[in-house]
Design a protein around this ligand. Structure first.
Ligand code: ZN
Ligand code: ZN
Length: 277
């Protein structure tokens, strides 16, 4: 059993990531509206009935605003810590609210979802790793710095959503007030293109097949620029930029390592990775 992943939206205007197998799926965050999530999943041929739960990384609006409507409509379990729920200001149906603890995987069918703490300016922020039959996908956005937890978990991933929030020069020369520039650059802000690239270059495992660059700033980044930057170092890893305005394709992470991509050119990419779109 392998994993299918997509970004339904990524950026400070809303984040929602889908990770599932043939039978069940979860969403990490739901920071766009319920109707947009439904519309985008339908376009991708993904079935909302497979989605069993939403895992909430932190309380910033771009990660939670769709949760109350979506959870109520589909009676989805919402895995959220007490601190994050409190700071969200939401009053959610108690029977849907589920706790989670760092490094204690939650099992949903054939999926195991493990949370680990991250550096970000929220009350109790987490990153997640989803495992299905030894195949691992990580979601690493909204992180001020690649701490040892991020580095260690990145090394295990067959695919990763990795924040590449800003280009240093664009942030420097842009017109954000200096306090905001400091916040973005700070230990608990966001990861720059260069920080993300350094992590990719030094810690990516040989079996990683897909990297989805995520949570790009609208004003301080450029999708073409960051894609070109990573493509120079891709060495067989498929680099995708997750959009701020639409869904990506669905990528099939089958865990057979990317040996063929690197060493057997006659195996076409479509045999290894496909889209429902
Ligand atoms: Zn965010
Ligand atoms: Zn945030």
């Amino acid at each position: 059993m392998s994993l299918y992943i997509t970004s339904l939206n990524s950026g400070s205007n809303g984040n929602c990531y889908y990770i599932g197998n043939e039978k069940e799926a979860i969403l990490v965050d739901a920071g766009i509206s319920c109707s947009e999530i439904e519309k985008r999943m339908k376009r991708l041929g993904l079935n909302m009935q497979k989605v069993k739960a939403i895992f909430v990384s932190h309380e910033h609006t771009d990660h939670i605003k769709g949760i109350p409507t979506l959870a109520k409509k589909y009676q989805l379990s919402i895995y959220i810590t007490t601190a994050t729920l409190f700071h969200s200001g939401f009053v959610l149906d108690k029977k849907l609210v589920m706790p989670f603890s760092a490094n204690e995987p939650i099992v949903i069918g054939n999926l195991a979802i493990k949370a680990f703490p991250k550096l970000h300016d929220a009350s109790d922020p987490y990153s997640f790793i989803i495992t299905c039959n030894e195949i691992k996908v990580g979601i690493f956005t909204d992180i001020g710095a690649p701490c040892k937890h991020v580095i260690n978990h990145f090394k295990e991933c067959h695919a990763a959503f990795l924040e590449a929030n800003y280009d240093d020069k664009m942030l420097d020369s842009g017109n954000y007030p200096s306090y905001l520039k400091r916040r973005i650059r700070g230990e608990k802000g966001h990861l720059s293109n260069n920080q993300a690239l350094e992590l990719f270059k030094t810690s990516r495992p040989g079996f990683m097949s897909h990297l989805l660059l995520s949570h790009l700033s609208k004003n301080n980044n450029c999708p073409d620029l960051v894609k070109a930057l990573f493509n120079e170092h891709a060495d067989g890893v498929k680099i995708i930029v997750a959009s701020r305005s639409e869904e990506t394709a669905v990528f099939h992470i089958y865990g057979g390592d990317n040996f063929n991509l690197k060493h057997n050119k006659q195996v076409s990419f479509s045999q290894l990775s496909f889209s429902f779109a």
